[in-house]
Ligand binder design. Structure first.
Ligand code: OAD
Length: 293
């Protein structure tokens, strides 16, 4: 709808108000609409009692971590079935380590949270957001300060021995020899979910519970094409929650499940939503009252 109006009317409006005549900047319908949606999201958050977030790779792109799909995505360069399927890892662990895991380790070891992650952490600090369900394995929500993070696809922070299940912090793993080995001699693998593997049962179970119990779900930076994660907004919607998407692109949820899409980058959008929410509910008012001496 927005893009329809944008393409249909924006050039006409810019012709009616040629640059120079229009005092500050050319008319931009997307921005006008975006301001309204940001305000609406802040109002919806202020009114909501139980807020949860579902995040995907898009929230971490501003931290320098590439997404999977779309421009610059990992699956543009690699066939996921050849390097991210459990069968591929079992067949040739060294190949998967050399092509995928080493590169991920280099990026994730040094990545830091961006404004998108920090915005969600602020929502938790404001008492608004409780749980983040993330498909990401980069640990950046926890690094930003969110305390209840469900890692739907596991974590890259740890490597696990395929023989004895001993765990090693990824940052500490010596990759001078590939694949790296456990002290027992077993091969180390990321403690994350490969294609072809089950979602950790507790993550799946809790996510479904939380999705069905929330009254607003923020869906940030996911293409919403991988199941069962993409089912969580559907469960939320069916249970009566509002679903608000933040993504520069449309997804299969847009117009079908989401109440509205805020078309923008997570960092900028989250900064603006938090700023609006602070106007409605100033931070001081949200602080726990001090006990009287
Ligand atoms: P995708 O790479 O499929 O999608 C990333 C989404 O983020 C796209 O919809 C982009 O439009 C959006 N995006 C990009 N930059 C953004 C930004 N700055 N702010 C907000 N959104 C932005 O990533 P996921 O949906 O997370 O699974 O992919 C789901 C699963 O597929 C992953 O967990 C992974 C993958 O294969 C496994 O490895 C098991």
């Amino acid at each position: 709808m927005v893009s329809f109006f944008k393409t249909k009317y924006e050039s006409i409006l810019n012709r009616i108000f040629p640059s120079g005549f229009y005092p500050t900047r050319p008319f931009n319908l997307n921005e006008v609409h975006m301001d309204d949606l940001i305000k609406k999201a802040a109002e919806d958050l202020a009114a909501a009692g139980k807020v949860t977030a579902l995040t995907g790779a898009g929230i971490s792109t501003e931290s320098g971590i590439p997404p999977f799909r779309g421009k610059g995505g990992l699956w543009e360069r690699f066939d996921p079935m050849e390097i991210a399927h459990i069968d591929a890892f079992m067949k040739d662990p060294a190949k998967v380590w050399n092509i995928l895991v080493k590169e991920m380790k280099a990026i994730v070891d040094t990545a830091t949270p961006n404004d998108g992650h920090k915005g969600l952490a602020k929502l938790e600090a404001m008492g608004k957001l409780k749980t983040v369900i993330t498909q990401n394995i980069d640990g950046l929500h926890q690094a930003a300060g969110n305390t209840d993070v469900i890692e739907f696809h596991g974590t890259f922070a740890w490597q696990r021995c395929m023989d004895c299940s001993r765990k090693y912090e990824t940052r500490e793993v010596d990759i001078s020899k590939i694949p790296p080995l456990c002290i027992c001699g077993g091969i180390l693998r990321p403690d994350a979910v490969f294609f072809g593997e089950m979602i950790p049962q507790d993550a799946l179970w809790r996510s479904r519970q939380i999705a069905s119990d929330c009254d607003l779900m923020l869906v940030v930076g996911t293409s919403a094409v991988v199941q069962p994660a993409a089912l969580m907004p559907v469960i939320a919607k069916e249970s009566g929650a509002k679903v608000v998407e933040i993504n520069p692109e449309r997804t299969p949820l847009t117009d079908e499940i989401s109440d509205y899409l805020i078309m923008g980058e997570a960092g900028d959008v989250m900064n603006r939503i938090v700023a609006e929410l602070e106007k409605i509910s100033p931070p001081a008012a949200l602080e726990t009252p001090r006990t009287q001496s």
